[in-house]
Design a protein around this ligand. Structure first.
Ligand code: ZN
Length: 142
């Protein structure tokens, strides 16, 4: 799981923070504790950013949200994106039409159509972001 923090502009979003939270994982699920999520929110606030997306992978080609993806999501903020990348991201995440792109609204996470994703989603890499990697239990990040 990686959280993206960024800022919205007129017609684009600049992702400025990639935050890999410390997780407790087994082969069927990933759990992130509340303390780790509050540390992420503190980092967003310190950097003046919004939570743009959560990104996780699935083992196969199925990129719909699982029931657990919907029920265990720690963040449920209108507009929050949840991107599911196939095949443990072994083929990357571009074009984004191969990913499942979901958006949270008051009914829950709704998967955006492939046509919509093709029309509105494209990633341009600038290299101008901070990576905070807490996956191995590091408190300091980086
Ligand atoms: Zn999932």
């Amino acid at each position: 799981m990686v959280y993206w923090g960024g800022m919205t502009n007129f017609d684009s979003i600049d992702i400025k923070l990639l935050y890999a939270p410390r997780t407790v994982s087994d082969e069927r699920r990933v759990v992130i504790d509340q303390r780790e999520n509050s540390r992420f929110v503190s980092t967003l606030n310190r950097m003046g950013l919004r939570h743009i997306a959560q990104v996780h992978t699935h083992p196969g080609k199925v990129v719909d949200h699982s029931q657990a993806d919907n029920e265990l999501a720690a963040f449920r903020v209108p507009g929050l994106l949840s991107i599911v990348v196939p095949s443990y991201c072994q083929g990357g995440m571009q074009p984004m039409t191969m990913c499942g792109v979901h958006r949270y609204d008051r009914w829950g996470f709704i998967r955006l159509s492939e046509k919509y994703v093709q029309s509105y989603f494209e990633i341009f890499e600038s290299g101008d972001f901070l990576l905070e990697d807490h996956r191995n239990g590091s408190e300091a990040g980086q």
